[in-house]
Design a protein around this ligand. Structure first.
Ligand code: BGP
Length: 493
C-alpha cells in the first residue's frame, strides 16, 4: 500500500519577523532599524491606497504618518499568550528573528545591550517549554539604521566587523537553546529593494531623497560583502556549537518563473530572470563560488566589486548547511515588457492554466504545483536539505456578527500546497519542514498595512492604528491543529 506520509520529526509550524510584530520599537535600549523608518502611511491624505505607492521609505520620521510596525501587534509584551496560541496548534517549530538593534542598538557598539539579550533568552525558553523548536533569522530586514546613515550599510567594509560581533554574541548566548539559524532573510531581493533587504544605502545627497535607489557600484559591493559575512556566520556558528545548523534564507518564488511559451527568447529570458532575481545569491551561498553569468553582467556594466582572495576562499569553504526559502506564487514570463515585482516575487503575465487567484487587491496567482517544482529544482541544483520557512496567503478579513472568520480560501491554499510538499518528498527531495508565513496577523512587509492578514489567529488592529489588539482564532486554526497533530495525515482524509 502506498500510504501518503511526511517523515518523522517533520517541522510543522509558523514564521514571523521581529520588525513586523514585536512593536516596542524604542524600548529597553533599542534604536531604530531600517524598517522602522520605512513603513509610513500618510494620514493627511484621505483615501490613500494601501499599496507600494503609499509605502514610502524616507530617512526622517514624519509626524503625520502612521508607522504600524512601531507597535506591531505588541508581541514584545504579549509573547507568552501568542506562543501559547501557536503551541495550541501543535506547532513543532516557530520561526522569528532577533532584532539586531535590540542587541547592538546602533550596530557599532562594543558591548551588547543586556536587556535585549534577556528578552530573547526568555522568548526562546518559552518556545522550548511549549515544545517548539526555535528557528531564528539573524537579520530579517532589521539592519540598525545608524549603520546605514553612518557607514552606508553593507557597501562598507566595516560591516563585517559589526556583524561578526553580533553573531558571535548571539551564538554564544543562545548556545543550547537555538540550533536552527538563518542568516539574511530574502537577501536576494536586494536586486530590487537593496536598502531594506540588504541594509545598504548610497551615501550621496541624491539617494537621501530616495533611499531606495542605491547605485550599482554600492549594490554589488554590498553583495560581495554579504556573501563573505554569510560564510563567516557558518564558520563562527559551527565553532561555537557544532550542533548549529546555519541556513541561507532566500525568496524563491522566482524559481517558478515559467516561460509563457516555447519561444527560445522566453525560455532563456525566464531562466535569466530567475538567475538575476535569485540564483545569483543561492549559487555562491550553496555552491561556494560567484557565478559566471553574474561576472559577465559586471563586465558589461563596468562594475568590479572589491573582494580579497581570503574572502573568495571563505565563500568556497563555508557554504550553508541547508537552504531555507519562501514560496508564495509562480509567474509567467514574456520577454517583451519590463518585469514587475512585489513581495511574493515576480509579477509576470496572466497564467491561464492556474485555477485560482487570491482576492483583490493583491490578486496573487495560486500555484501549489509550483511549490513541488521549486523544491525539485532547488534540490537538484544544490543537493542540500530544504526548509520551507514561508508559504501563505494574505487576505482582507473582518469578523462576522458572531466574531468569527471563515477563512476557507486560506485552508484550501494551505492544504493544496502541503499536498505538493508531500509529492516532492516522494520525489526524493529532503524537506526539513513547512512553516506557514504569519500564523498570527502581523504588519505586512511589502505594504506596511495590517489589512493584509495571513494568520490562523486574528488580531484586532487596523490600518489607522486603532484596535484592541485582542487575539481570536479563525476557522483555519483548528484545521491547522489537525495537520500538525497527525503529522500531515489529515490532509489526505
Ligand atoms: C516575505 C517576507 C516576510 C513577509 C512575507 C509576506 O517577503 O520575508 O517578511 O511579510 O513576505 O509579504 P507581505 O507582508 O508583503 O504580504
Amino acid at each position: 500500500m502506498n500510504e501518503k506520509r511526511f517523515p518523522e520529526g517533520f517541522l510543522w509550524g509558523g514564521a514571523v519577523a521581529a520588525n513586523q510584530l514585536e512593536g516596542a520599537w524604542m524600548e529597553d535600549g533599542k534604536q531604530p532599524n531600517v524598517t522602522d523608518i520605512c513603513v509610513g502611511i500618510n494620514t493627511a491624505e484621505p483615501g490613500l491606497k494601501w499599496n507600494e505607492e503609499a509605502h514610502k521609505w524616507e530617512m526622517q520620521l514624519d509626524p503625520n504618518k502612521i508607522y504600524l510596525s512601531h507597535d506591531g501587534i505588541d508581541f514584545y509584551h504579549r509573547y507568552k499568550e501568542d506562543l501559547a496560541l501557536m503551541a495550541g496548534m501543535g506547532f513543532k517549530c516557530f520561526r522569528t528573528s532577533i532584532a539586531w538593534g535590540r542587541i547592538f542598538p546602533n550596530g557599532d557598539e562594543e558591548v551588547p545591550n543586556e536587556a535585549g539579550l534577556k528578552f530573547y533568552d526568555d522568548l526562546f525558553d518559552e518556545m522550548r517549554r511549549l515544545g517548539m523548536e526555535p528557528a531564528i533569522t539573524l537579520s530579517h530586514y532589521e539592519t540598525p539604521l545608524h549603520l546605514l546613515t553612518e557607514y552606508g550599510g553593507w557597501c562598507s567594509d566595516r560591516m563585517l566587523e559589526f556583524w561578526k560581533r553580533y553573531v558571535t554574541t548571539v551564538f554564544t548566548r543562545y548556545k543550547g537553546k537555538v540550533t536552527l539559524w538563518m542568516t539574511f532573510n530574502e537577501v536576494n531581493n536586494m536586486y530590487r529593494r537593496p536598502m531594506v533587504s540588504a541594509g545598504v544605502l548610497s551615501l550621496d545627497p541624491e539617494n537621501k531623497v530616495n533611499p531606495q535607489v542605491v547605485n550599482e557600484k554600492d549594490k554589488w559591493q554590498a553583495y560581495v560583502n554579504i556573501l563573505v559575512a554569510n560564510a563567516w556566520t557558518v564558520k563562527i556558528g559551527h565553532e561555537i556549537d557544532p550542533a548549529n545548523r546555519i541556513g541561507c534564507m532566500l525568496s524563491s518564488s522566482a524559481v517558478a518563473n515559467y516561460p509563457v511559451n516555447c519561444d527560445p527568447k522566453n525560455v532563456l529570458g525566464a531562466y535569466n530572470l530567475t538567475r538575476t532575481a535569485l540564483f545569483y545569491m543561492g549559487d555562491p551561498m550553496c555552491n561556494g563560488k560567484i557565478p559566471g553569468y553574474l561576472k559577465r553582467m559586471w563586465r558589461e556594466k563596468g562594475i568590479d566589486p572589491v573582494i580579497s582572495e581570503d574572502g573568495l576562499q571563505m565563500i568556497k569553504d563555508y557554504t550553508v548547511d541547508y537552504y531555507a526559502f519562501s514560496y508564495y506564487k509562480s509567474s509567467a514570463y514574456q520577454y517583451s515588457g519590463e518585469a514587475e515585482f512585489d513581495t511574493g516575487g515576480i509579477k509576470g503575465v496572466d497564467n491561464p492554466y492556474l485555477k485560482a487567484v487570491s482576492p483583490k487587491p493583491w490578486s496573487w496567482p495560486v500555484d501549489p504545483e509550483g511549490l513541488r517544482y521549486v523544491l525539485n529544482v532547488l534540490y537538484d541544483r544544490y543537493n542540500k536539505p530544504l526548509f520551507i520557512v514561508e508559504n501563505g496567503i494574505g487576505l482582507d478579513e473582518t469578523p462576522d456578527e458572531n466574531g468569527e472568520i471563515h477563512d476557507d480560501f486560506r485552508v484550501q491554499y494551505a492544504r493544496d500546497h502541503m499536498i505538493q510538499v508531500q509529492e516532492a518528498i516522494e520525489d526524493g527531495v529532503d524537506v526539513m519542514g513547512y512553516l506557514w508565513w504569519g500564523p498570527i496577523d502581523v504588519v505586512s512587509a511589502g505594504t506596511g498595512e495590517m489589512k493584509k492578514r495571513y494568520g490562523f489567529v486574528y488580531v484586532d488592529r487596523f490600518n489607522d492604528g486603532t484596535g484592541t489588539l485582542e487575539r481570536s482564532k479563525k476557522d483555519s486554526y483548528e484545521w491547522m491543529k489537525k495537520v500538525c497533530e497527525t503529522n500531515g495525515a489529515s490532509l489526505f482524509e
